[in-house]
Design a protein around this ligand. Structure first.
Ligand SMILES: Cc1ncc(COP(=O)(O)O)c(C=O)c1O
Length: 399
């Protein structure tokens, strides 16, 4: 019998989300009610005009092999959007349409990382990042704690630059950042991005900027794309997705904007080595999303903000401390006081027994065993119920 699975460590990396979802489903099958705050999946439907655009395009025959890099119309519309909203100047040839933001990041890491190359990853970070980096042959990542301190106001731009400068080594090729951040909801303001940009220029590094949640901002937070800062367009690959802004997770449409120097690499990575492009009718739908009315985006954004406020108010005084997220749709909760000597999985299992599914902080980096991520992409009532479950549980601890 030949060896079943290739001898590659990346294929043995576990999925914390998979483990929690399986445990939650098992409880549901046994008749228990479970509040699902573990997934980053908008509970809204895709806006109707986007669905209609897909149907019309499919009916009119947009069902054949796509141009692997994406349709000219969509890439042209995205060029305009990037100039208008993100302050980024690029040509349609510098934009490729990908199968979601994940695929855009996969291509970015494949294009940049070779054997023994290292990428600095601002942390806590989205759980797919270590896997996507590990898929680049013998590349490694080094986590650099950032978002909790930035969000808490204890890490100024100079401090962040110093922290990154210390981490840069002879093998460092670049820096991966994600703003607004999954899982903390931290938003990197222009000053912090300028400090990262200055370091990238000084040490000749690439930047991979993951802007999946660019439209989901709370209060007065503003989104800034690091590629718009002086000197950065030539050294930044920016990954975007339609998944979160337009509740289009199932459609698998995203895009990658990269410097002209990478044109000859990014195109083939799409065409020959991965998916050969995205369903043309889904691209027509993405065109409707980006050129059509944006009211649905605003409605969803304010719903997430309202749920954040509901969760924060519900947890006030409970001993589960949540630094207020300023964007995305997650709350990263400090549960140190509730661990009571257990590791975070012990706590996750206890919360599951109470009917609440959430993700352990260790899914987002080894340093976060005192944290749990709660998703705000859940029904309002479920968020209120989840806060009540935790309040009741920890009121007893405090008494
Ligand atoms: C930080 C971050 N980047 C990228 C993605 C990719 O999303 P998708 O592949 O659904 O477009 C996600 C999804 O959860 C995310 O949280």
């Amino acid at each position: 019998m030949p060896r079943l699975i290739a001898d590659r460590p990346v294929l043995r990396m576990t999925s914390e989300l998979g483990r929690v979802m399986a445990a939650a489903e098992a409880r549901q099958r046994a008749g228990q009610k479970v509040l699902h705050l573990e997934r980053g999946e908008p509970d809204f439907d895709t806006p109707a005009h986007i669905v209609e655009a897909l149907a019309a395009a499919a009916r009119s025959g947009e069902t054949h092999y796509p141009d692997a890099r994406g349709t000219n119309t969509l890439r042209g519309a995205l060029r305009d959007k990037l100039a208008r909203e993100n302050g980024m100047r690029c040509e349609p040839d510098d934009i490729v349409i990908t199968n979601g933001g994940t695929h855009a990041l996969f291509i970015a890491f494949q294009a940049l990382l070779g054997p023994e190359d290292e990428i600095l990853v601002l942390s806590p970070h989205w759980m797919a990042i270590p896997k996507l980096v590990a898929l680049a042959h013998r590349a490694t990542l080094r986590a650099v704690p950032a978002y909790l301190d930035v969000n808490g106001g204890t890490l100024d731009p100079a401090g962040l630059a110093r922290r990154l400068a210390v981490a840069v080594g002879p093998r460092t090729r670049g820096i991966y950042l994600n703003t607004p951040n999954n899982p903390t909801g931290a938003v990197l303001a222009r000053d912090h991005l300028a400090a990262i940009a200055a370091l990238a220029l000084e040490r000749d590094l690439w930047v991979v900027s993951d802007e999946a949640y660019e439209h989901l901002l709370f209060d007065d937070a503003r989104h800034v794309s690091i590629a718009s800062l002086p000197g950065m367009a030539e050294r930044t690959l920016t990954a975007f997705t339609f998944s979160k802004s337009y509740a289009m997770t199932g459609w698998r449409v995203g895009y990658l904007a990269s410097p002209p120097a990478l044109r000859d690499v990014v195109g083939p990575l799409l065409a020959f080595y991965t998916t050969h492009g995205v369903f043309p009718a889904a691209q027509a739908a993405a065109l409707a999303a980006v050129t059509g009315p944006q009211d649905a985006v605003a409605v969803m954004r304010s719903a997430y903000q309202e749920r954040r406020d509901l969760l924060l108010a519900g947890l006030a005084g409970s001993g589960v401390r949540v630094p207020p997220p300023r964007g995305a749709f997650y709350a990263f909760a400090d549960v140190t006081a509730a661990l009571g000597g257990r590791d975070v999985w012990g706590l996750i299992d206890e919360w599951l027994a109470l009917g609440l599914a959430a993700l352990p902080g260790t899914a987002f980096g080894a340093d976060y065993g005192g944290w749990v991520r709660l998703s705000l992409a859940a029904r309002r009532e479920d968020i209120a119920d989840a806060a009540a479950v935790l309040r009741n549980r920890y009121a007893a601890v405090r008494a």
